[in-house]
Design a protein around this ligand. Structure first.
Ligand code: ADP
Ligand code: AMP
Length: 214
């Protein structure tokens, strides 16, 4: 099963993608997580990505597409995967479609997690991230057991640099301009499924399971 998660930054793609990956036993691939791991490790790719991420801009397609293609060529992707945060532009989607089509396959589901902009601003201001293991929390909606500490690995939780209010506004503009057209793209491909992302996160997951099957 090959799945793409669509939706604005902060819509809950990562939250749902982790649950889907665990339930259906497929790898969760987040391009944002791969960039953050590279920033943490101080690689050249990380340095380049950070310049864009800190401004709320997309990392250029030349960098992002190759990185994702390498990742989905790894053996753990043989039975499918869930992509979270890729594609984010039409050229990224076209590259993915072409690469899959060369292998006689295609994306099975593009799940759009629909959340209005007003809710997004509130969600991202309250998001707390563990930069060590990639877990994500919300101060109000998905709080860790101990304030400021990751339940999974015990590291300190942070407000991501790109979740500060001024950057969130920019990221939303970029989303509307460059990423939202993908809803139409996957609609035309006949694989688009919509879920109401304003519901409680367990309810959103239940709606997704109805789409993907038990
Ligand atoms: P994305 O991966 O789309 O950027 P996240 O999954 O990181 O978004 O979610 C953004 C923030 O909103 C996180 O702090 C997360 O805990 C919280 N969140 C996710 N889904 C819901 C939901 N259905 N209701 C309330 N808060 C949610
Ligand atoms: P995310 O963790 O998905 O919210 O992504 C964080 C940031 O990483 C984005 O705001 C972009 O700067 C960058 N990024 C992640 N995925 C992509 C992508 N597919 N294309 C371009 N930039 C990306």
């Amino acid at each position: 099963m090959k799945i793409v998660m669509l939706g604005a930054p902060g819509a809950g793609k990562g939250t749902q993608a982790k649950k889907i990956a665990a339930r259906y036993q497929i790898p969760h691939i987040s391009t944002g997580d791969i960039f953050r791991a590279n920033i943490k490790a101080g690689t050249e790719l990380g340095k380049k990505a950070k310049e864009y991420m800190d401004q709320g801009l997309l990392v250029p397609d030349e960098v992002t597409i190759g990185m994702l293609m390498d990742r989905i060529a790894e053996p753990d992707c043989a039975n499918g995967y869930i992509l979270d945060g890729f594609p984010r532009t039409i050229p990224q989607a076209e590259s993915l479609t072409a690469a899959l089509s060369d292998k006689g396959t295609a994306i099975d589901y593009a799940i759009n997690v629909d959340v209005p902009d007003e809710n997004i601003i509130r969600r991202m201001g309250g998001r707390r991230a563990c930069l060590n293991c990639g877990a994500t929390y919300h101060v109000e909606y998905a709080a860790p057991k101990m304030k400021g500490i990751c339940d999974k690995c015990g590291s300190e939780l942070v407000l991501r640099d790109d979740d500060k209010p001024e950057t969130v506004t920019k990221r939303l503009d970029v989303y509307h301009d460059q990423t939202k057209p993908l809803i139409d793209y996957y609609g035309k491909a006949g694989v688009l499924k919509e879920v109401d992302g304003t519901k409680d996160l367990e309810q959103v997951f239940a709606d997704i399971v109805k789409i993907l099957g038990e």
